[in-house]
Design a protein around this ligand. Structure first.
Ligand code: G
Ligand code: MN
Length: 420
């Protein structure tokens, strides 16, 4: 114990209290740091050689967190053994007390092989119960010599620790459950036909004819309001590539139905394109009729790599578009680094371009920018005649939007384009 200047005695601080104090919005990994500190504190306080948190699962006891004296390397995280052969199970069902001073002197404890094998002396174990009353596992500690000094107060401390552990573990368990639900939802989606495509015609400003079609994925309304949230969920559970590949595959399938002079414009994130699957899929397609729109929301970490992967496809005719240009800061970097054949003006810049001077001057600048770069500027989200007229005046090359055509299911696309 140290004295501070005010003369108040302060206790040595365990890392645990600091972590709990500073970490309200726990980040990935914080729970395990806190639990490790908690175990360490419990072990030192009780003078034990080993402390661990176990999880009961399928008749086994899995060691999730372990803290042991430096010269003891008895238990490894992730190892498991049968619950039947554990103190933990016996404490939970009442066959053994929570505090044992000397396991060697207790018949029930001696019936467990580890008691003799490891030479277990004192043992303190308390169940970790989750808020629904279920037993997650136990908070346990033991030592290699008997210890008659362990008392009710030590037990109470372990129970407090167990409650803290329970709260933290529950956060993790909830998170894992949520993740599992997301994963199942996306996996189901990948296996059935609930993701559908709608098609939005893209018109050339020169002759007002449909020159291409953007493929847009549509999902069930629940539990996500729109496609962006579905793609985000897929990304959060590591299934982004699968979902994006599926959308592109469905997009490319329109090619055989479209007249041969029309292209299909497919959306992808840069991240999904960098993984195996999408480039191989594209290789099979008639690339001179394909535009690949890279969304602007992505952070692109390695432009060299992306450009390198795109290069052979572009040599075979694939055109690259930077999507939603102007919606955020990243699009111009994408444009400078990737030199896309097309730039898709975000609909937030199309909106009111007829009345808003800043948007109009940005439009003018972008037409010039695109022309000098040899790129084609496509305005998205045209909703009124006035917006369209202004875009035509500015010299934008292509347009799409509700004013021209809403995204449509295939049956309705046939009314606009002669499908094969
Ligand atoms: O791929 P991109 O991020 O450009 O997606 C465009 C989205 O905007 C699609 O989901 C499409 O249905 C929608 N959209 C297309 N045209 C219009 C439009 O004129 N107005 C609005 N508000 N949305 C549009
Ligand atoms: Mn798009």
């Amino acid at each position: 114990m140290q004295s501070n200047t005010a003369g108040v005695t302060s206790r040595p601080e365990f890392g645990l209290s600091r972590l709990l104090r500073d970490t309200f919005d726990l980040q990935d990994g914080s729970v395990s740091s806190i639990l490790n500190e908690l175990l360490h504190a419990a072990r030192l306080y009780l003078g034990m050689d080993v402390a661990f948190i176990s999880e009961f699962d399928g008749g086994r006891r899995i060691f999730r967190y372990v803290d042991q004296a430096r010269d003891t390397q008895l238990i490894k995280v992730g190892e498991s053994d049968p619950l039947d052969e554990s103190y933990c199970q016996r404490v939970v069902d009442g066959r053994l007390p929570e505090v044992i001073h000397d396991a060697q002197a207790l018949g029930e404890a001696r019936s467990i092989a580890a008691t003799l094998k490891l030479g277990i002396g004192a043992h303190v174990s308390v169940p970790i119960r989750l808020s629904d009353g279920s037993v997650f596992g136990t908070l346990c500690s033991f030592t290699f010599h008997a210890d008659c000094s362990l008392n009710e107060r030590d037990l109470a401390l372990m129970q407090v620790f167990s409650q803290i552990a329970s709260g933290l573990i529950e956060r993790d368990v909830e998170k894992a459950r949520d993740e599992e639900r997301c994963k199942q939802r996306i996996t189901r989606l990948l296996g059935d036909e609930t993701m559908t495509m709608v098609w939005q015609p893209i018109l050339s400003c020169a002759d007002h004819r449909v020159v291409g079609v953007e493929a847009l994925a549509r999902f069930p309304r629940e539990p996500h309001p729109g496609p962006a949230q579905w793609f985000a969920e897929a990304a959060s559970v590591g299934l982004s590539r699968e979902l994006e590949t599926m959308a592109v595959k469905k997009g490319l399938a329109l090619l055989e139905k479209l007249p041969p002079d029309l292209y299909v414009s497919c959306n992808t994130s840069a991240g999904a394109f960098l993984e195996p699957g999408l480039p191989e899929l594209l290789e099979q397609a008639p690339l001179d009729r394909v535009v690949l729109e890279i969304t602007e929301h992505d952070v692109i970490e390695d432009y060299e790599l992306l450009a390198e992967k795109l290069a052979p496809l572009r040599r075979s005719g694939l055109r690259l578009a930077v999507d939603d240009a102007g919606a955020g800061y990243a699009s111009f970097r994408h444009i400078l680094r990737l030199r896309p054949e097309m730039i898709k003006l975000d609909m937030s810049l199309t909106r009111d371009i007829d009345t808003d001077i800043s948007r109009r001057s940005l439009g003018t600048a972008l037409v010039r920018f695109a022309n000098e770069l040899g790129s084609v500027l496509v305005a998205e989200g045209v909703e009124t005649r006035a917006e369209l007229d202004t875009l035509l005046q500015l010299g934008v090359h292509k347009v799409q939007g509700y004013f021209l055509h809403r995204p449509k299911p295939l049956e309705e696309l046939g009314a606009i384009i002669p499908l094969r």
